[in-house]
Design a protein around this ligand. Sequence first.
Ligand SMILES: [Zn+2]
Length: 254
Amino acid sequence: MPHARPPDSPLAARFLASPNRGERRGHGRPNCLILHYTGMPTGEAALDRLLDPASEVSAHYFIWEDGAIDQLVAESDRAWHAGKGSWKGESDLNSASIGVEIVNPGHDGGLPPFQDRQIAATIALARDICARWAIAPERVLAHSDIAPARKRDPGDAFPWETLWRGGVGSWSERAPLSGGPMFSHEEEGPPVRALQALLALYGYGVEITGVYDRQTRQVVAAFQRHFRTEKVDGEADASTVARLKALIDGLGPK
Ligand SMILES: [Zn+2]
């Protein structure tokens, strides 16, 4: 597919223009980076889909297992990767973000590990994008962070701690797994409300109901999938809450 345009990032080898794009609405510039897995059996199949006008999905970048990077949508344009979601009150995440698809078959493919070269490429690309657009570490997000009820990618096998050690994203020091769930299902009260308020303060789109309901469990699972991958069960326990508080403390005054 010949294309005159060079990639925005020097790390991308090719620019393969996806037709699935538009103009950013209400945002002059992206303020977050959203990471995905492709969730398909092969990278070739995933790339075909992102270039197919009938699919109406795309991403700015595509990272192969061997670490090769292709660009599909110009960073100045709005790619169609996030769908319905919420972060820090923003709902048009496609207009506010840059999206990166990382080749991995995901949950349906048994959550195989990501390749080291692929993660190294992800770190290099994320550092480049975040530096050029001044994207804060806490705004490097999983698709599951912005759409906990619908999405699980880039998944429980994604090495967020490795990214953080490479200078990408946020992390909290490990709080040991101990104790059981703090709340039973449908439990109601101020402590549940306080947990929901902390999750919302960090950025999650959780409704403050005061009930440990389904949407709260989904958001807790999304948080664990990113920050406490040893156990992703949607149950708030001491180590989950400790990490959430540590991350909020790390945000500092705004
Ligand atoms: Zn996704």
